[in-house]
Ligand binder design. Structure first.
Ligand SMILES: NC(=O)c1ccc[n+]([C@@H]2O[C@H](COP(=O)([O-])OP(=O)(O)OC[C@H]3O[C@@H](n4cnc5c(N)ncnc54)[C@H](OP(=O)(O)O)[C@@H]3O)[C@@H](O)[C@H]2O)c1
Length: 339
């Protein structure tokens, strides 16, 4: 096993949808550490779990939880991250956060390791992982941006219910069963029915008729690519798919990029896989992307409405590359760097 600079690793929100995958990845990828601790709210505290064939118990997160902890990987609601992560930084831990709270803070690094690893290495405090819908789009944009700067993006998302956490998935399952049986269902997270529906609102109303999820795609993409001038217009839609977000993306570049050039650039870029043959019905779908760390692109074609336009379809597992995988990759990057 690789040597670790992090003796004690704490996973905060380990009982959640993202946290469970973080545990799986730390185990699968043999992340080196002497001690692991798993933290949750009082709800799950005291519950048993098995990690690397050993028994553990979820501990309740408090402001004193971080004493002796070297690395924190956190995936909790925003308000928990806002309240508790400063204590982790104060205790001297490296902190990787999945929540939306810290991402746009000026002193916080917002990192996709394939794009801006240096931001993680230079970070003084919290390192944030982007929103799931941002991560897959920005990763797919990067190889094209490297050929010719992207001036404008129009994106529509088709987002899975697992993006709303474990309770989002439960809402999908139970409401679908209820609908099929002609029964009423009392939604726990969704404010509109998700079963057999499409909801064109994810998050709160933010500005000029856009939602918080849509503005995350705008602002986080600009921060990660270090280009405040990219014009981005996002429409984010929740659909009744269990897991994996899909995105229809149209970009306008400074000089034209042909579909062949794009296909080659996507295929050569780490973390991206091309599935693209319309004739034989080969393209990425949530159904065939679940459980994988890749960002899949397909339906690559010229935008017939603009000479410098290119359109493609992009699918990725929001719980993996959209969240847990990205965070664990950041942890691996730090471990390698500080070794
Ligand atoms: N789901 C995605 O696709 C995705 C993608 C990117 C980013 N994110 C972000 O990642 C974070 C976690 O999302 P999720 O989908 O994993 O949500 P989730 O399934 O609802 O899990 C939330 C986790 O946070 C813990 N938690 C809640 N309140 C807490 C508190 N006061 N103190 C300590 N722990 C607390 C929960 O513990 P209990 O079990 O005790 O309740 C649980 O472990 C969110 O900020 C989300 O926006 C999610």
């Amino acid at each position: 096993m690789e040597k670790s600079v992090f003796k004690t690793v704490a996973v905060v929100g380990a009982s959640g949808a993202v946290g469970r995958i973080i545990l799986e990845l730390l185990e699968e990828r043999e992340f080196p550490a002497e001690t692991f601790r798993f933290l949750s709210s009082a709800r799950s505290a005291g519950t048993d779990l098995v990690f690397k064939n050993q028994d553990y118990v979820f501990e309740e997160l408090t402001k004193d939880s971080f004493k002796g902890v070297d690395l924190v990987i956190a995936s909790t609601p925003d308000d928990t991250a806002a309240e508790f992560l400063p204590y982790a930084v104060e205790a001297g831990a490296k902190v990787i956060d999945e929540s939306g709270y810290w991402r746009m803070h000026e002193e916080v690094a917002l990192v996709v390791p394939e794009i801006n690893p240096e931001a993680a290495l230079n970070a003084k405090g919290i390192i944030a992982s982007p929103n799931c819908s941002t991560t897959q789009m920005v990763l797919a944009m990067k190889p094209l941006y490297d050929i010719s700067p992207i001036r404008r993006v129009i994106v529509s998302t088709y987002q899975a219910t697992s993006g709303a956490g474990l309770v989002g998935t439960e809402d999908l399952i139970h409401s679908s069963q209820a609908r099929l049986q002609g029964e009423e269902y009392d939604y726990k997270v969704f404010k509109q029915p998700i079963a057999f529906n499409a909801i064109p609102q994810i998050g709160s109303h933010k500005q000029d008729g856009y939602t918080s999820e849509e503005m995350k795609m705008v602002n986080e993409t600009r921060k990660i690519l270090g280009d405040p001038n990219i014009m981005i217009n996002a429409t984010c839609v929740r659909i009744p798919v269990w897991n994996c977000h899909s995105e229809s993306i149209t970009i306008e570049t400074e000089t034209p990029i042909s579909p062949e050039q794009a296909r080659e650039a996507f295929a050569a870029f780490p973390g991206i896989e091309v599935i693209d043959d319309l004739e034989t019905g080969q393209y990425p779908m949530p159904y065939n992307s679940d459980g994988s760390d890749e960002v899949y692109v397909g339906r690559i074609r010229k935008d017939i409405s603009h000479p410098n336009g290119l359109t493609f379809w992009c699918v990725s597992d929001n719980l993996r590359k959209g969240a847990a995988t990205n965070a664990v990759q950041i942890a691996e990057l730090l471990n390698k760097h500080y070794k």
